[in-house]
Design a protein around this ligand. Sequence first.
Ligand code: ADP
Ligand code: MG
Length: 708
Amino acid sequence: MLGQMVAQNILDTDIMYLKGVGPQRALTLADELGVKTYADLLYYFPYRYLDRTRFYSINSINEDLGLIQVKGRITKTELVGEGRNQRFVAWFADETGAVPLVWFKGIKWIKDRFKVGAEYVVFGKPTEFNHQLNFVHPEIEDMAKYQAKPEFSLQPLYNTSEKMKTKMVTSKTIHQLQINLHEAIKNTTIFETLPRELLEKLNLPNLKTALTDIHLPKNQHDLQRAQLRLKFEELFYIQLKLLRLKKIRARANGGHKFEVVGQNFNDFYNNHLPFSLTNAQKRVLREIRRDTNTGLQMNRLLQGDVGSGKTLVALMSMLLALDNGFQSCLMAPTEILAQQHYKSFCEMLAPMGIEVALLTGSTKQSTRTQLLADLASGQLKILIGTHALIEDRVVFNSLGLVVIDEQHRFGVAQRARLWSKNSIPPHVLVMTATPIPRTLAMTLYGDLDVSVIDELPPGRKPVKTIHYNDSRRLQMFGFLREQLKQGRQVYIVYPLISEPKASDLKYLEDGVESISRAFPPPDYAISVVHGQMPSAEKEKSMTYFAKGITNIMIATTVIEVGVNVPNASVMVIENAERFGLSQLHQLRGRVGRGADQSYCILMTGDRLTTEGRKRIQTMVETNDGFVIAEADLKLRGPGDIEGTQQSGIAIDLKIADLGKDNQILMLARDEASHILEVDPNLKQPEHVILDSEIKRRWKYEFDWGQIS
Ligand code: ADP
Ligand code: MG
């Protein structure tokens, strides 16, 4: 026991005291990586491993490879350019070709270091400059020296920031620190965090071995086992937490039983629906109907692309609550969206004499007082609003259903707050228009059941997507002219407002000029919208376009959200290769809202990176938000998932990659679910470790005491 206490203490040691760190570096590590203790460093994992036994031949290298090694000899060195542009170039050749190694900085030091004719290993990232592949500031090492230390055939690569580089803390430095750290904790016990039976069953290495092999792998096999163990553990605990939450909720709280499909629901369905429901809408309503009739609380996530008709599903679910004598509320992430919902609810429900109220941060005090009174008395049945709905003073009489639109911004904890307001929690329906890949949904919302609206209302034509490179600009203009002649409107979107310093990206100011020349008044009128305009002006510009007073909208991505102009049928995106997939999908969603055939034209330069090309290809091939979301997740590295960063919900995965680790995730979910089946309270001796790990990992997120 005493030994274990000591063990804990060593891992809590301030990183400053590790050999090779000291006060200066400790600051850098803390500021840039959040690494403050031994344990933090131990859990700072490599993002990749370089196979140091593998060399590329110079004729086979390209920009997409990332960091690689080549071996060969320096054939000549030269100083090129003057003053600030001066650089040192060493030509490096193997049997297949030659490539320049370039230094802009530290020239004095570097220029006498290398001998022409001697053999070196070069480690770096090939990049293109002036139509020539280069290695800029590569690492370079004597062949003899390289061969003398074969123990790291797999070299771990760690992410570092620019600032760290200026402080001389590189990936290599961190590698060395890991070596020092492992030396320091060689004899330390590290508590196992998974039950032994599970490790045995899945043949996973223990925690200490995994933590060593992840940093200092002796071979590919050990590395893979370490990765599997750590990824599994990470995903397993998330699943265990979510599934447990789901179980506890179902068991402890029960739910309101909506027994009837009543008067209001039927009246609306039969007499007030302006169109017939899509099959997907009907299916989702049936799922909601089934959930709310079980006597358990519903927790359902409804996914459906923009325009798929989620609002109507929300409204009809709220009528279901009403018919069963319950109040319901709909919560939107912004004031504007709340107002939009309020307006459309009023339009649809006024003919039936059903009252709807709106509560936001800007609701007047007098209105608010009355509203809160009506809510508490139960007279007001349907409420729409923003975050204002979860304030403590908002007290419902009998809240039966909560609908959350665009859930991204509402975390699990906030949802918990909503239902803790009542002894029996309301049913919860969470709606999102951002398609989320299954793995991500399972990780963020694994405690929810999922419904999908995978069908758009009839009569909408899918947007046709075309890829043009710059040489076909005139053709694109011709196409715009044709569309404009038919009375349609077009968007042209730029990645930047002003001329960039160090690239040839298209920018809005230049676009305004050239478009005005190509589409002059009086035949054409142009609106401009970008983020640096005063909002009154932005609004005016938008309104002109929405009313059809202008027919061309030149904009940056600020138009991504909230714009609805059904007559706009063309979306042109300049430098489309520079946008992420989900952003491209969102932008494309601005057209195709009317009955006309719409088009999205992706303009790009001639040369694309492999990833850029894949994104464009995906956009041309599919309109399906889910397919795009999957592709997006696969193309991006771990920790770089746009949807979640925007959402403000951190899923801070240290090692698992939801784009690639599907199978491990499924395994983790199965095992978690299996354990909870056998031992729902995690009370068996071998599961106590699980219970305490969950509490340790999420101690701030939940009040577990209250939940269980
Ligand atoms: P979202 O899923 O993006 O919230 P909305 O609920 O705002 O979509 O619906 C988009 C538009 O489609 C609205 O104008 C709505 O009235 C219309 N709509 C919804 N369901 C149908 C349907 N079954 N048939 C035709 N139009 C529909
Ligand atoms: Mg909506």
